[in-house]
Design a protein. Structure first.
Length: 212
């Protein structure tokens, strides 16, 4: 479990095919001193398990399902990524509940910097649009954000200078693709309501069963 509050950024130094799918090597600096094999780390929004550590470089195995659902398959050496270690009991909780389970992706449509406010408009994949709601929470490349506005299939986020400086979101350009994890609470409610709607009324022989 994560909060979407990025600790630092890392540098992807190598990506190569492996028996599992791909092996990524990421230079994460001082954060590596508190990591060990088996730990969970959010790498630009994707929960990955530490496979090996060499100095300040950490290696991760990425399976085919993750490569298909996220942007990880398109990463190349030299790319910067957002890093957050898993939440510990007793830690301050400043973002929102983030699982590191990417639901899909979104494409950056436009960026605007006006009156000290930096806005990014994104077009999410159709499969995740039902879970994006006005003023709701969303993790974008692992960064906890609040949806500022919605217009048709698009939604926007407003970034403060601190977020621009401490994460990779300030490097985004139109056409870039980002990982999206929608709010687990919204997903649960929508899923439950959809199931109830699909079920329809109970069969006549079951109506009233269990009633006193």
């Amino acid at each position: 479990m994560f909060t979407g509050i990025v600790e630092s950024t890392g540098l992807l130094t190598d990506t190569a095919p492996s028996a599992a799918g791909r092996r990524l090597r990421v230079e994460i600096g001082p954060v590596s001193k508190e990591c060990k094999p088996g730990d969970s780390i959010s790498v630009s929004g994707t929960c990955l398990t530490v496979a090996a550590i060499t100095g300040s470089s950490v290696e991760f195995d990425v399976i085919g399902e993750t490569l298909a659902r996220t942007t990880l398959g398109t990463w190349k050496a030299g790319d910067r990524v957002n890093i957050e270690r898993s939440l510990r009991v007793g830690d301050r909780f400043d973002g929102h509940f983030v699982q590191g389970h990417v639901d899909g992706t979104a494409t950056v449509e436009s960026l605007a910097d006006a009156a000290g406010e930096f806005l990014i408009w994104l077009r999410p994949q159709d499969v995740i649009r039902p879970y994006i709601i006005p003023k709701g929470s969303v993790a974008i490349d692992g960064v906890s954000m609040t949806i500022a506005a919605m217009h048709g299939p698009l939604f926007s986020i407003a970034l403060i200078p601190t977020t621009l400086q401490r994460t990779t979101l300030g490097e985004l350009r139109a056409g870039d693709v980002v990982n999206i994890e929608t709010d687990v609470v919204v997903r649960t409610i929508v899923h439950r309501m959809t199931c109830l709607s699909d079920q329809g009324p109970a069969p006549a022989e079951l109506q009233g069963v269990g009633a006193e």
